[in-house]
Design a binder for this molecule. Structure first.
Ligand code: NAD
Length: 437
């Protein structure tokens, strides 16, 4: 058995679990081949540096729940481990690992002085609520908010106890937001402990909240410009109307695109004439869902995916499009990965065969971490960036990433492969320079 295979097996044997074949792993292996990176060097880049499992005991209604959480520290060759905290029922160690790996590819593609990491907290609030609602006699949202607050306080305590402050710098991901990030600041009073802090908290960054959605919209518009499409002639469907989906829809709507369908966890809205996005944002902010905005024109995820829209933007969870449903997609022009890993490796190939381009996650949703990088620099350096500087920085970074991806696309085969080549090469160089491989 080769040394590197033994190394691989050792990790998986230790935790008694085999990592499923991952899209990021396939992409990285493919890039390593093109870049002439040896297998043993590639494994040093692909495998995580550390996993941390943490049980979070929290008491609610006289019961102690044991919530599972994990932190994956993937790579810090170019700067501190950086990546969001996902709170979701589907979290598991391999998903968190892949998301951490993707962060390494994202920070590197954007040429930020940051590495890759991720946290996952596995909790199903709806299921827990069903079991406890009669006893607690509270509505769902106050229940979820209170429980999430308990869980996050526990998480933050462990995070600080383990000395992760400034070694790993978290941010929001699905299920978390500025409210949870603030708890890290409350505990440490260190503005560089976390990014996406709410407005008014020491070291907060104007524009951070909108940054991922803005970047998604900017990336889409650059693509439309390249293929000679006028935004006014373009229809868009968006899955997910949280932080990323809502701002992506907002900026695309502002630039003249017709957003015809939006879904979230609870329901969806469809209007072939174009949805009133400012109205929907106001409604969703008040009701925490798009459901009920227009009861006469509804749509579900399957309907949204089947729509013949020019642009499809998955902006909710990962793994929503695979070889099983890719054939039913109606998207005509481009699939814009605002979510992390929404499309499987096989489905990516099938879309390409159909002539539908795919803009990859580590490019499309990099806006959040580009802004976070500025916020972190504010935290450690005491400098201040205003809103205009943040949006200018986003545009410059997206312009550069786009040029680099286009330059390599033909040789690499697709935008995703080109983006991975740029990121892998940069990470590899940093690891070589630091004698880490
Ligand atoms: P969020 O929690 O703010 O919103 C998630 C949205 O997805 C909600 O509207 C929710 O109702 C919807 N959703 C969940 N399950 C769904 C389902 N089955 N069908 C339809 N809609 C569903 O999360 P977010 O921060 O907007 O993140 C969305 C995606 O973007 C995630 O994949 C995340 O990893 C990625 N991302 C987020 C950021 C960021 O800055 N927030 C940065 C990079 C990538």
């Amino acid at each position: 058995m080769k040394n590197e295979d033994r190394y691989l097996k050792n990790i998986e044997k230790f935790i008694c679990s085999r990592e499923p074949e991952s899209r990021s792993g396939i992409l990285m292996k493919d890039s390593a081949r093109r870049l002439g990176i040896s297998r043993s060097e590639y494994l040093q880049i692909e495998k995580p540096y550390a996993f941390i499992y943490q049980r979070l005991p929290v008491e609610i209604g006289g019961e102690v729940l044991n919530i599972s959480s994990g932190i994956v520290l993937h790579n810090r060759a170019r700067g501190p481990f950086k990546g969001g905290i996902r709170i979701d029922p589907d979290v598991n160690i391999w998903e968190t690992t892949e998301l951490a790996r993707l962060m390494t590819l994202k920070t590197s593609l954007a040429d930020l002085e940051l590495g890759g990491g991720k946290s996952g907290i596995k909790v199903d609030f709806h299921k827990l609520y069903e079991g406890l609602k009669d006893k607690l006699k509270v509505d769902f949202y106050p229940f979820m908010d209170r429980l999430k607050d308990h869980i996050m306080r526990e998480f933050v305590d462990h995070f600080v106890e383990r000395g992760l402050v400034r070694t790993y710098v978290p941010a929001p991901d699905m299920g978390s937001s500025g409210a949870e990030m603030m708890l890290f600041y409350n505990k440490t009073h260190d503005p560089a402990v976390v990014t996406a802090k709410p407005e008014g908290i020491e070291g907060w960054l104007p524009g951070r909240r909108e940054a991922t959605g803005f970047g998604t919209s900017y990336a889409t518009l650059k693509y439309l410009e390249q293929v000679g499409k006028n935004p006014a002639d373009v229809t868009v469907a968006v899955q997910g109307f949280g932080n990323v989906g809502s701002y992506a829809a907002h900026y695309l709507h502002r630039e003249g695109c017709r957003v015809v369908a939006v879904t979230d966890f609870y329901g969806g809205v469809y209007n072939p004439e174009g949805i009133d996005i400012p109205g929907l944002m106001e409604y969703a902010a008040a009701h925490r869902t798009v459901k009920g905005f227009d009861d006469k024109h509804t749509i579900d995820n399957a309907g949204l995916f089947a729509l013949e829209a020019d642009v499809l933007i998955p902006a909710a969870s990962g793994h929503v499009i695979d070889k099983g449903n890719v054939g039913a997609l109606g998207v005509k022009l481009v699939l814009v990965e605002a979510a992390n890993m929404p499309v499987s490796w096989e489905a990516m190939g099938m879309l390409q065969q159909r002539g539908v381009n795919l803009l990859p996650d580590n490019y499309v949703n990099a806006g959040g971490v580009i802004a976070s990088d500025l916020e972190y620099k504010q935290g450690v350096g005491g400098v201040r960036f205003n809103r205009q500087q943040v949006f200018q920085r986003l545009e410059t970074k997206f312009d550069t990433m786009w040029a680099e991806m286009n330059e390599r696309r033909e040789i690499a085969g697709s935008f995703s492969q080109a983006a991975c080549d740029v990121a892998m090469e940069r990470t590899y160089k940093a690891m070589r320079t630091r004698s880490l491989i």
